[in-house]
Design a protein around this ligand. Structure first.
Ligand code: ZN
Length: 262
């Protein structure tokens, strides 16, 4: 059997699994956005490889001097400027569009993404929990109200929440910052309902996200890995599509469409 035939056979199995599952969730990690031109953090060309590991107490530094953080951000000189520039250039890839189509067909109930890049929304997905926040939103650390950045008027630094007077920061979760509880609760709720989870470009090493597939598996659900590389979650997976998401997800969606129509 050639590798193309093997891939087609695995896609066929995965498509049946998706169509036969009552609640499908995609857990998406940084690997998926690399296909859209966003540099990874670790490994060759990674941002941390170039600039050194980030401040692991980023949130504590922010809380010590939020005004300084806001000034750096507004002047565009922070250490993450290269990442911010890459994010500005990034566009959804075929894998993002495939997930959006799967949702529109009623075959994907939710996306849990570890990415902050807003590319799922740009591709047309709507049922999304951004566990590490979103680059296009601000969030109040007091009451978790979120605003699109361009709809929030900054009148003082740091800005204050008009609802509760709490401090407003980027929605993006910093190192040392707890995952916002509303996002975490939604991820747990989705994982409990999930009978089939697609693991797309996630390394399976960053918690709490890496725990969700383990919960699904323990509850009797199925796992489909879509990743060019082996991961910490590979041993748990029922079907493994060892390709970029942009390659095999469009194939999967096409087959799901045929099965669902039959
Ligand atoms: Zn608030």
């Amino acid at each position: 059997m050639t590798s193309e035939e093997l891939l087609e056979e695995l896609v066929e199995e995965a498509a049946h699994l998706v169509v036969d599952s009552s609640h499908v969730v995609a857990l998406v990690g940084a690997g998926h956005s690399v296909e859209s031109g966003i540099p990874p953090f670790r490994g060759p060309g990674g941002l941390w490889t170039k600039y050194g590991e980030p401040d692991m107490l980023g949130y504590q530094s922010f809380m010590r001097d939020p005004k300084k953080w806001w000034e750096e951000r507004m002047s565009g000189t922070g250490p993450l400027q290269e990442l911010i520039d890459a994010l500005d250039q990034a566009r959804p890839n075929p894998g993002h569009y495939a997930l959006a189509e799967l949702e529109q067909m009623g075959q994907l109930q939710h996306i849990i993404t570890q990415n902050i890049d807003n590319l799922h929304q740009e591709a047309g997905s709507t049922a999304i929990t951004e566990i590490h926040g979103s680059r296009v939103k601000l969030r109040c650390i007091g009451c978790n109200t979120r605003w699109p950045i361009d709809e929030f008027t900054v009148e003082e630094l740091p800005p204050k929440c008009p609802e509760c007077g709490g401090m407003v920061k980027s929605d993006t979760v910093m190192f040392g910052e707890p995952i916002p509880h509303d996002a975490l609760e939604e991820c747990i709720r989705q994982s409990r309902m999930c009978t089939c989870m697609l693991l797309v470009g996630t390394s399976g090493t960053v918690y709490p996200a890496a725990g969700f597939p383990q919960d699904v598996k323990m509850a009797g659900g199925k796992l489909i890995e879509v990743n060019p590389n082996e991961t910490a979650l590979t041993p748990l997976c029922d079907i493994i599509l060892r390709t970029l998401a942009g390659t095999s997800l469009p194939m999967l969606v096409e087959r799901v469409r045929q099965l669902a129509a039959a």
